[in-house]
Design a protein around this ligand. Structure first.
Ligand code: FE
Ligand code: FE
Ligand code: ZN
Length: 187
């Protein structure tokens, strides 16, 4: 087992993990863009795909800066988030709107994961005095935070539109009453 006893060694592990994650996301984002029915959401995924490709390059540059070969190492975190998405899509028949809200949630989970990873990577790179790498990683972090904000606001917009509809329905519909219970009881 490789010994990891210094920030120099840990940063390499963390970089390989994110290199894997970002590369995986370049394959996932086109799928999300095609699944989204909301045009703005679809565009956000396509836009973030471009950013993600730049992020992969930034990571390659960071590997170079610290004198290591760019190498990916399976990231179970991103695989898990992907799996949750795949299961939901396979096992459910969401309406267009609920599908879009679901996709914003899957995206938000991904961005939170990436934000945590980059925050940790930046702290390590700073400890090592790798100023150029800190800047590259901060660029990636900024894009993840921006992407998170955007999907959160899209989700709010969609829910606001559907929320009004269903609360109107709720107030005009008779209360889900004891009659239901009585009917069941009478059987
Ligand atoms: Fe990313
Ligand atoms: Fe990971
Ligand atoms: Zn991202």
């Amino acid at each position: 087992m490789p010994k990891v006893a210094s920030p120099e060694q840990l940063v390499v592990h963390e970089l390989k993990d994110m290199y894997y994650a970002e590369k995986a996301l370049t394959k996932v984002l086109p799928t999300l863009a095609s699944e989204a029915t909301d045009r703005e959401l679809s565009k956000v995924f396509t836009h973030h795909l471009g950013e993600t490709r730049d992020q992969v390059e930034n990571l390659e540059q960071v590997f170079k800066n610290i004198g290591k070969r760019a190498e990916a190492q399976p990231c179970p975190g991103i695989e898990g988030i992907k799996e949750e998405h795949d299961h939901f899509m396979k096992e459910n028949e969401p309406s267009d709107k609920m599908l879009d809200v679901f996709l914003t949630g899957a995206a938000a989970r991904t961005e939170h994961y990436e934000i945590a990873a980059y925050t940790g990577l930046i702290a390590l790179a700073r400890t090592l005095g790798e100023r150029d790498s800190v800047e590259l990683l901060e660029e990636n972090l900024r894009q993840e935070k921006e992407a998170l904000k955007t999907v959160e606001s899209i989700s709010k917009r969609i829910l606001k539109a559907t929320g009004n509809g269903s609360s109107a329905k709720r107030s005009s519909a008779p209360r889900r009453s004891s009659t239901t219970k009585k009917r069941v009881a009478a059987r």
